[in-house]
Design a protein around this ligand. Structure first.
Ligand code: PEP
Ligand code: MN
Length: 338
């Protein structure tokens, strides 16, 4: 349920409504827009049904939300969400770049990668310490040792760290080293994990499941927001279609759709989205032109030697080219590269 207050509602009337609904055992999410205040109700539907909301002073209308999500939607919050991650701003007019290797492979590889992406102008270092691999025989990641290397790279470069958390048990340890918790495509509907990262209060990068609709993806984000954590970014990383030239089909229409449906920032990962390094820069440019708030790009000092995803990883030179070309597009669409 969403309570839309009248533009002329007084603070006293707003406070009254909040007191009434919280008194009935519901939680509220307040969105104070320029024109009006919107009160999102969180809790059991039958408690809401018992309240004479539209009879209360200052209430314009009470809308029952039939979708299973509300906190993620623009109806509840019309202004874009802007997330401050240790001084790096995601959302609004900013364009952020998260870059680094698919996996943390060694201290040398990671520190070199960090320097490369920092020098080219990225704000975040990415790199998996826990890798959800298709085969159990593939490199599984360095786990906590890898997290320590990420933290060291942050210390040296000042880059923020985004890294994947694969299960509930590792939320605490990943939170201790990272700035952003990444939920991978394979875990987008791991609802217990979504609740756990919601409770952690950490910024979350929620990747799209490889067979998830936009609607399912928004529901997944709602799990995190419903725990009181509004620091969520969507990350489009391609979906599985009949096309097999590319690893996945990068769905750039999802960026525009999400920007309409939701107030949360949208990041695009053209590396997993295409699986082909030559396609990464063109798709990165298209994503920025289409309204993405940021990019996630796999970069490796030597892609030919990478332990995972080498064929979609950019060399240092190719990454510099990407940053230069994306910068031109960003300027054309009024985005500031943070
Ligand atoms: C990754 O970013 O390294 C990754 C595993 O991505 P995805 O979950 O999108 O496959
Ligand atoms: Mn990868």
């Amino acid at each position: 349920m969403i309570i839309v207050m009248s533009p002329t509602a007084t603070q006293h009337e707003i406070d009254n409504v909040i007191a009434r609904v919280t008194g009935a055992g519901l939680k509220v999410h307040l969105s104070e827009g320029k024109l009006r205040t919107i009160i999102g109700l969180i809790g059991e539907k039958k408690l809401m049904a018992q309240l004479p909301l539209e009879a209360m002073a200052g209430v314009e209308k009470a809308i029952s939300v039939t979708a299973g999500y509300k906190l993620v939607s623009r109806e509840v919050k019309s202004e874009d969400t802007v997330i401050d991650i240790g001084g790096v701003i995601v959302g609004g007019n900013n364009l952020v770049v998260m870059a680094g290797p698919c996996a943390v492979e060694s201290r040398e590889q990671l520190l070199e990668s960090a320097q490369i992406v920092k020098n080219a102008g990225a704000q975040f270092l990415r790199g998996g310490a826990y890798k959800p691999r298709t085969s159990p025989y593939s490199f599984q990641g360095l786990e906590e040792e890898g997290l320590k290397m990420l933290a060291e790279a942050r210390e040296i470069t000042g880059l923020k760290v985004v890294t994947e958390v694969v299960d509930i048990q590792s939320v605490a340890v990943v939170s201790a080293y990272a700035d952003v918790l990444q939920i991978g495509a394979r875990n987008m509907q791991n609802f217990q994990l979504l609740k756990a990262v919601g409770k952690s209060g950490m910024p979350v990068l929620l990747k799209r499941g490889m067979a998830a609709t936009i609607n399912e993806w928004m529901h997944a984000a709602e799990y995190i927001l419903s725990e009181g954590n509004f620091n969520v970014m969507f990350c489009e990383r391609g979906i599985r279609t009949f096309e097999d030239y590319t690893r996945n089909t990068l769905d750039l229409s999802a960026v525009a759709a999400l920007k309409n449906l939701s107030h949360l920032p949208v990041i695009v990962d053209p590396s997993h989205g295409t699986g082909v390094w030559k396609l990464v820069t063109p798709m990165a440019k298209a994503a920025v032109a289409g309204g993405a708030d940021g990019l996630m790009i796999e970069v490796h000092p030597n892609p030919a030697e990478a332990l995972s995803d080498g064929s979609q990883s950019l060399t240092p030179t190719n990454f510099q080219t990407l940053m230069h070309e994306v910068g031109l597009i960003a300027a054309a669409v009024g985005r500031k590269m943070a």
